[in-house]
Ligand binder design. Structure first.
Ligand code: ADP
Length: 164
């Protein structure tokens, strides 16, 4: 039997309960899930790459078939290098669906073996985004309902206005 595997790429700046819901659902369906923090040279993240990866690893500790990786450059090159073919993306809104559809078509032109699977966000998580967490943390708001409980302190520290 061959192993099933997929890649979940994103910024994870920082990881939220919305991301974790997708990761858990993927981990239940695939033998191996790789969560890949994509580094965008043109987009300076709020958290350094190492911190985003550390938080993801901590949140995924109880999921033995999930690993965390990173990549700077094109996703299609990452897939060529790793031999992975399936990527997962979450869809919260129609706008996100349109954008993902376009990206999936472009990626398929670049790398025909690549397949994009879109996963519907669960309703209770659909309003959660890393940018809302960053905004709340920067202004001292309560973001606890949006992030894994074990990361609350780390995220508060990492996003303190004086650290950015
Ligand atoms: P990117 O900058 O690549 O969109 P993000 O870290 O914001 O990276 O998101 C990574 C993936 O997780 C995207 O496919 C996004 O749609 C999905 N995602 C983010 N938040 C949620 C959520 N609350 N529910 C479901 N999927 C989500």
């Amino acid at each position: 039997m061959t192993m099933s595997s997929c890649v979940f790429p994103g910024s994870f700046d920082p990881v939220t309960l919305g991301h974790m819901d997708l990761i858990r659902r993927a981990a239940a369906q695939f033998d191996r899930v790789t969560v890949t923090v994509m580094v965008n040279v043109h987009k300076k993240g709020a958290l350094p790459l190492e911190e985003r990866m550390r938080l993801l690893r901590k949140a995924c500790e109880s999921l033995p078939n999930v690993r965390v990786d990173c990549w700077e450059g094109l996703l299609t090159e990452y897939l060529r290098k790793t031999g992975e073919t399936v990527i997962l993306r979450g869809v919260r809104t129609c706008a996100e669906f349109e954008a993902e559809k376009e990206a999936a078509s472009a990626n398929r032109l670049l790398y025909p073996k690549m397949d994009t699977w879109l996963i519907l966000a669960r309703e209770e998580y659909a309003c959660i985004s890393s940018s809302v967490v960053r905004e709340l943390a920067a202004f001292g708001g309560d973001f606890r309902k949006f992030v894994p409980p074990e990361l609350t302190e780390d995220i508060a520290q990492a996003l303190l206005p004086c650290n950015s």
